[in-house]
Design a protein around this ligand. Sequence first.
Ligand code: FE2
Length: 333
Amino acid sequence: MSSSQSKPITRREALRRTVLFSSAAFIGSSKVLQAAPAQTRFEHQGLDLIAFGDYGYPNSTNQVAVAKAMAQFTKSLGRPLSAVLAMGDNFYRKLTPERIEKQFERMYSTEHLNCPFYVCAGNHDYGTTEYDKQEGKLQMELDYAKNNPTSRWKFPSKWYSIELPSPEAPLVKIIVLDGDYWVGGLTPKEKIAQRRYLQAELAKKSSAPWLWFVNHFPLYTDCTEREDNKSLIREWGKLLDEHQVSLCLAGHDHTMQHLQVEGHSTSFLVAGAGGAPLYPVKHTARGFSDDQQFGFCHLHVSPEKLSVQFVNTKGESLHRFERTRNGETKVRA
Ligand SMILES: [Fe+2]
């Protein structure tokens, strides 16, 4: 376990808390009953981030609506975001420099979303599927970051870490990973290299009280068209508890989800409703899932508490929860 994390809890205690959560707090919360205005004021000062994915869809009015909602929400916060986590499928179909300009630089308000966008690779970014055949597509995204250091687009490599607000006094450490374990994604050598990187990164000391994993693919999902990702569960599942990873964030399934899965104390979030057509979900005791609305995930990070909400294009909060350092998770009305 990283020395930076909160007081260790035993695996049995983590399981007990998860079971309590899934059997009690989620009852009645898996469907959206009534949307309320998104929360913009918080008890404790801290950092604000937005996470979203699956947004770069050709001619998508939904991408435009989400982009506007992100800007409007941030304006209503009255303070700048620390970062946006751009969780892959950044560009569907053929990528051109013009599309980066139109669907990224001009799409996301430079006035209200003037912060780094930390990018990870989705399956559609690789350019190796039949819909996206384009040699060097992902490299184009990486090169754009390298060649445009003043751009908000930050994509230094397929896997990397950030500490916010600064490495000197971090509140949250975010390890960005590449979950493209399918044929056509990461090579066997890259999988080994990423595994070594992750082990080394987790062994490093950090004073950040919070540790998150971010990648494109959900480990667990209640999307009816998808299944839990066995490869990634095998690869990262144990590490989540060993290192007290509080949040595991992903996109890929075009839905919004918050799952608490038996056997893990981590909160699993899917924010894949950034613009591409939505996928259907089933509502289970594992948590909240929505397949009706486009939107994004807002995260407020204070030293003692995480506050997380899913926000739709009307600026309404669809689901909200808080998580304390010792892993207690409460769904808020
Ligand atoms: Fe995807």
